[in-house]
Design a protein around this ligand. Sequence first.
Ligand code: DX5
Ligand code: ZN
Length: 236
Amino acid sequence: MNPVRIAPSVISADFSYLRGDLARVEQGGPDMFHVDIMDGHFVPNITFGPAMVKTIKSLTKLPLDVHLMLSKPRKFVTAFVEAGAANITFHVECDDKILTALDEVRNYDCKVGLAVKPKTPLSAIKEYLGHLDRVLVMTVEPGFGGQKFMPDMMAKVELAAAWRNEGGFKYDIEVDGGLDNYTIWPAVRAGAEVIVAGTSIFSQADAAQAIKDLRENARLALRHLEPGYVPDDPED
Ligand code: DX5
Ligand code: ZN
């Protein structure tokens, strides 16, 4: 299994040609599709509802990684589970009771994660770590695709990895926003394992090559950790 998983973000798909565009990207062998749900209140944009997630589910064999940017995610947990989410991640900054919402997702056969916006310290999720399958560190202000990666967020990724080690937690670490062949380097070196990428995959004519390049850059960025690795150059 690939240590780093690639999650193309459907927000960047060509909706006039959704079936074909998803198939084109799926052929490149990503690990899941990332689906951004925005309510126009938690973030200044609106995207998809459960019916659209159900449609996307019918167009792909890949698991759907559903990212809820909703002020009140609890209201929609059942609908997104029924629509086919493999995992649901909502924001710690939402208005709902976090533990109640986590339990509700868990009660279905659905993995659950918590996301943090750039301005939120990671300490906001510390008390929930034992309940999580995934920690999502936003690397852009949520709301839109095509924004610039925020390298300062890598301190949070490192901290999430350190807390997992210290506490024996099981969550994986996902980064979302502005990931490409360059920014994947600091991301995976900090400990990110699930890479959400919208623009850098869907905007490429050869999406399979884009996914391959992301995987190769992740491998190169981590190759110093491979057993028996010897740098070519002592300065490397
Ligand atoms: C931002 C979304 C991301 C983002 C990814 O609110 O959660 O999934 O759109 O798109 P790119 O890779 O274009 O930043
Ligand atoms: Zn997202």
